[in-house]
Ligand binder design. Structure first.
Ligand SMILES: NC(=O)C1=CN([C@@H]2O[C@H](COP(=O)(O)OP(=O)(O)OC[C@H]3O[C@@H](n4cnc5c(N)ncnc54)[C@H](OP(=O)(O)O)[C@@H]3O)[C@@H](O)[C@H]2O)C=CC1
Ligand SMILES: O=C(O)[C@@H]1CCC=N1
Length: 249
């Protein structure tokens, strides 16, 4: 996820240093160091915590000395609470954000939540930084951010899986893999673009506008969700992701 954000951030005026033991192929203009020792004496206005939540306790404390006066930590880690991270970093200001993968093409959706000691300047900076990677929604509690994680952070995973299963079903109708992929992604992309038009009606009305009485869509929708199976499955999906975020706090 860090490299997806980096691909959008490099267009900005800041100088960026990435610490990654194995990284290669970073965008031009980014300084890469394999470990923190190489930047031991440097200070940064914003340190982005982009390792897995399970590695934060091990990796992040070494960076306490790297926070410039007035600087802050911007964490993209799912679940791991801002309070816990702030304490780990010697009561440093923390802003948490939850981006999603389409940030890689500037179409991400990022939740943002100010944590302990974060000033309004830190929040404004984090919002501007994340807007370079797509749209943002600022929430006032970490509980809400963990719900953004369940809906949007993990969301591209659900969408890719739904598209994969949809394409698999298209192949069972006799289309080859490329035909199935093109039809499914074209249909999903077109429908999402239409629903995203500023003057678009609500989603239920849009669905109804495809559904002729006694027609093919009605038959398909009946199989898809007349027993609320799809709705129930999606509720369970978001709840499971949220519950996992809570476990990672
Ligand atoms: N994937 C997603 O869609 C999203 C992920 N996130 C969050 O982003 C974070 C990263 O997740 P994800 O990108 O999926 O995971 P990855 O494993 O792809 O990325 C983690 C990166 O951290 C590097 N790393 C490991 N150890 C160190 C270290 N000691 N110092 C510096 N860098 C290190 C890894 O290098 P190496 O590969 O060499 O181990 C890797 O490049 C997580 O906290 C996750 O919750 C948030 C929103 C969406
Ligand atoms: O699966 C994860 O834990 C991360 C956070 C949201 C998306 N990927």
């Amino acid at each position: 996820m860090g490299s997806a954000l980096l691909s959008q951030w490099v267009a900005g005026p800041e100088s960026v240093t990435v610490v990654d033991p194995m990284a290669s192929d970073l965008p031009e203009g980014v300084a890469l160091v394999p470990d923190r020792e190489k930047i031991a004496s440097q200070r940064f206005d914003c340190i982005v915590a982009a390792v897995k939540p399970q590695l934060i306790d091990e990796v992040m404390p070494a960076y306490r000395e790297n926070i410039a006066p007035g600087g802050y930590i911007l964490s993209i880690a799912a679940g791991y609470s801002a309070g816990r991270l702030s304490r780990l970093m010697g009561d440093a200001p923390v802003v948490r954000t939850m981006p999603n993968l389409p940030a890689a093409i500037g179409r991400g959706v990022s939740g943002i939540c100010p944590g302990p000691h974060a000033s309004s300047d830190h929040l404004v900076h984090a919002e501007a930084f994340m807007r370079r990677a797509g749209s943002t929604i600022t929430v006032d509690s970490e509980e809400k951010l963990d719900r953004v994680t369940a809906v949007a952070g993990s969301g591209p995973g659900y969408v890719f899986e739904i598209a994969r299963a949809y394409a698999e079903a298209a192949m069972a109708q006799g289309f080859d893999e490329d035909e199935a992929r093109d039809m499914v992604l074209g249909t999903m992309g077109g429908a999402v673009a239409m629903a995203s038009e500023p003057s678009a009606p609500g989603l239920e009305e849009l669905r109804n506008s495809v559904t002729s009485k006694g027609g093919t869509t009605a038959a398909g929708l009946d199989a898809l969700n007349s027993d609320d199976g799809l709705s129930d499955r999606l509720h369970a999906t978001l709840q499971a992701a949220y519950d996992r975020a809570v476990e990672l706090r």
